[in-house]
Ligand binder design. Structure first.
Ligand SMILES: C[S@@+](CC[C@H](N)C(=O)[O-])C[C@H]1O[C@@H](n2cnc3c(N)ncnc32)[C@H](O)[C@@H]1O
Length: 285
């Protein structure tokens, strides 16, 4: 197991997006009361500016502000689509892959379900420190580097049951993995998925516009930006994702882009192309 890399910074940006959106965007369908408490004081201060609509002076602070504002727009449809798919499949075990600062284990009322959170060891340690203030039972933490560790063994050791159905949540992680890493992770998930399991996967479809936006942001923030150590490594067309899942016994039941979900929620949108290329697929075994 490898721990030399730093805790994920993209996990903080998406958590800031959820904190900025909570109670403000689509409040009848989206809520994440765990997001703000999972942030550190200086990260909360940035969110408060967005919530108040007060852009700070200076180019870099302003870009940081815009990043959180944009993240909020993406997080609302992404969270709603995934939460709906989790709730629709009553289960005794939920595994969140690449959990980052996801608060589902604390906020989703799935009575009797055991939550497992799988994440890179550095990100997971950071989460454990931050989550101390949250009320409720914590999940079972399973430190795993998808690029190097054996997910099946780690889950077995953590008490996950391969003979009972699992709901898998894989949100905001696939773009950061290479194609072989994604393929190996799907194989591991399949190996521990009893009949009746559900895999909910969020991924990016290929897009020149999204690539350009991403590269521009990386160039502006260079070594200090959240993406400096977390480049995007793979994009999947819906057909390619469906083929990969089918190869491992998962049939795709739904696969929607977030622009469609956001439009349905009535969220006012400023970044249609990013939302159009982010997708949530729900597959069953
Ligand atoms: C953008 S964050 C998303 C976090 C969370 N799923 C969410 O949507 O709020 C990306 C997450 O992927 C995890 N991740 C990226 N590469 C990984 C790897 N090789 N092994 C384990 N986790 C990884 C990071 O640690 C981080 O928690």
């Amino acid at each position: 197991m490898v721990t030399e890399r730093a805790a994920s910074r993209t996990a903080v940006i998406v958590c800031q997006g959820r904190a900025a959106a909570h109670g403000r965007l689509a409040p009848d369908r989206f809520a994440d009361p765990t997001a703000m408490p999972l942030l550190r004081a200086e990260e909360q201060a940035q969110v408060h500016l967005v919530r108040r609509g007060q852009p700070p002076a200076g180019t870099k602070p302003r870009l940081g502000y815009e990043m959180i504002r944009a993240s909020a727009e993406i997080m609302v449809p992404r969270t709603v689509a995934i939460d709906d798919a989790v709730r629709a499949a009553p289960t005794e075990q939920v595994v969140i892959l690449g959990a980052g600062l996801d608060g589902r284990a604390w906020r989703l009322p799935l009575s009797g379900a055991t939550f497992f959170e799988v994440d890179h060891p550095a990100s997971q340690q950071d989460k454990r420190d931050r989550a101390e203030s949250l009320d409720g039972a914590p999940p079972v933490f399973v430190p795993v580097d998808f690029a190097r560790d054996v997910l099946t063994d780690a889950l077995e050791s953590a008490g996950h049951r391969a003979d009972a159905p699992t709901v898998w949540v894989w949100e905001g992680v696939v773009p950061y993995l290479t194609r072989p890493e994604v393929t190996a992770t799907v194989a591991a998930v399949a190996a521990r998925s009893a009949a009746g399991s559900r895999l909910i996967v969020n991924y990016q479809s290929p897009s020149l516009v999204s690539d350009l936006i991403r590269k521009t942001m990386s160039a502006v923030f260079r070594t200090t930006g959240p993406w400096a150590g977390e480049p995007w490594r793979s994009a999947w067309s819906p057909a390619a994702m469906s083929r990969l899942l089918a190869l491992h016994g998962f049939a795709v039941r739904a696969d929607n882009d977030l622009l469609t979900v956001a439009t349905g929620l009535g969220v006012r949108l400023s970044q249609r192309s990013t939302l159009k290329n982010s997708r949530v697929a729900v597959a069953e075994r």
